[in-house]
Structure formats: C-alpha cells, structure tokens
Design a protein around this ligand. Sequence first.
Ligand SMILES: Nc1ncnc2c1ncn2[C@@H]1O[C@H](COP(=O)(O)OP(=O)(O)OP(=O)(O)O)[C@@H](O)[C@H]1O
Length: 290
Amino acid sequence: MIDDRYIEIYNLVKAYPNPFGESVAVVDGFNLTVKKGEIIGVIGHSGCGKSTVLTMLAGLNDITDGGIIVAGREISGPGPDRAVVFQSPCLLPWMSAYGNVMLGVKQCYPHASRAQRRIIVEYALNVVGLADSMHKYPRELSGGMQQRVGIARAIALKPKVLLLDEPFGRLDSLTRMELQDVILGILDREKITTLLITHDPDEAIYMCDRICMMTNGPHARVGQVLPIGFERPRDRDALMETDQFYQYRQRLLQFLDDCEAEKEGRGALRFDPPETVANPLPPAAGLSEA
Ligand SMILES: Nc1ncnc2c1ncn2[C@@H]1O[C@H](COP(=O)(O)OP(=O)(O)OP(=O)(O)O)[C@@H](O)[C@H]1O
C-alpha cells in the first residue's frame, strides 16, 4: 500500500507576497500521489508553479498549507532521501568533479570510511560516464559534462526520490538525449521514484510513466494526468513510430493551448476529475521527520 502512495501530496498550498505585500496562493489545492519507482512528469506554462511544488517536495521551500508525505512520513525540511538536480548544476569551481560529488557524500555518510566514500563517488561518476574526467575542474568540463556531475552528485546520495527541475534545459539536443538515457538507465536500475519538470512534451512522453499537467497560476493545481502506456525501458526510435506517441503529444499540446486560451479569456480548461488526497497520517505522526 505504501508503495502505491509512495509520495502523497495533499491539498498543497504555497502563498508568496505580491509586490503590494498581499499574500497570493501561487499553488492552491495541488493533489497528487506517486507510486514507488514511478517517473512522473510535470508540465505547465512558465510561472505556473512547477518549481514551487518541486522545492516544497525537496523541503527547500516552506509549505503554506496541506502537506507532503514521502514513504509514510510527512516532510518538514530537506533530507538525504530526496536529491535535486536543477537546470544548472552550480558546481564549486575550486573543486574537481570528484571533489564536488564527495562534498555531499561526506555529509550524507559521516560514518563511512574514506575508502567507502571513494567507492561511492567513483561509482556515481562512472555511472554518468565521467570515469576519465573525474579529476577535471568545472572550467575544463562542457555544459553537458557539468550536468553529469550534478546528476552524479544527486545519485551518490542514494536517494529514494529524485527531483529533476528542467535538468536538460540548457543543453543542446544531442547532449539532452544522451543525458535522458543516462538518467533513465539509473532510474531503471535503481528504481528511484522521480519527479521531472520539463517544458518538452516529447521528453516527458519518452521518460515518464505519467504526466501531470498543471493549470495556470495563481491558484495552480493539477489539471489533467496523462498515463503513458509504453513499457520501460523504451526504445526512442520505435516509440516515435507509433501513433500513440503523437496522440499523447497532441493531448499535452492541447492542454497547454487550452491554458493559453483560458488566460486570454478565449475558453475554459477541461479538468480530469481532481484527485483528492486526504492527509493519511494522524496529526501527531505527521509533525516531523525522524
Ligand atoms: N520567492 C518568491 N517570492 C514571490 N513570488 C515567487 C517566489 N518564487 C516564485 N514566485 C512566483 O511564483 C510563481 C511560480 O513560480 P515557479 O518558479 O514555481 O514557476 P514555474 O512553473 O517553475 O516557472 P518556469 O517554468 O518559468 O520555471 C511565479 O509567478 C513566480 O513569480
């Protein structure tokens, strides 16, 4: 049962002050459950609140109302069970790729021996294809290689949940496809539950088991959820030869068009019956992460 509702986001609200000092609920009543090992995509127009949901799930952004439960525990801050890869990896320039990955590993495994930590770091850098470049500094690495370090840094923590915020957004299309496959290889092997924010419908269809479409903000929430019926692992070329792929793409583009029309007062959005996720924890158990 816990595996079917590995992540439970219930009635999530995030309010920010607007320029006039008034509190505005950017995200308002966001409900979603994610199964263990599932890859869930989140798409929606720029500024609708995708990163806001992700940073709350990462524990990096306070929750105004509602809550998030991961593996049966309500989150109350960041933790090594959830790792994030942002669009830009923000590596420390005075440290090598190895040093950048080691930094998190030291924090996460304070009791491991030096040899054990070295094995973890080298394994993570190997998995992302940086075996030969692990002692290079960020200035010596291409954008794609730097992002590989960012991915290695995340997976070295052996997270239960991987949060990807447009991780390929700054990369050329060839590097993007390479890194999509690197991540999919890791996810298929390690069965890490993943939330992927992307603006690219094709990327979402190729990578995800379901795609959550967010409505316009403020008061953004889940508009529709599209299950992707392709088995994983997937063959990119074979997928793109199916009619189903183009039907999925059409559904996503139609939703984004409808959002645009709604914003401009030209139409109304079609909603799936909203998922309601009740807080399944008694209040006392939901207070903190042990
Ligand atoms: N710290 C903050 N204070 C006030 N408003 C904020 C803050 N952070 C985000 N916002 C606002 O919240 C809304 C949602 O922002 P968010 O970055 O979550 O959107 P997004 O869907 O991820 O956008 P994009 O696709 O462009 O990355 C935006 O209107 C943004 O201006």
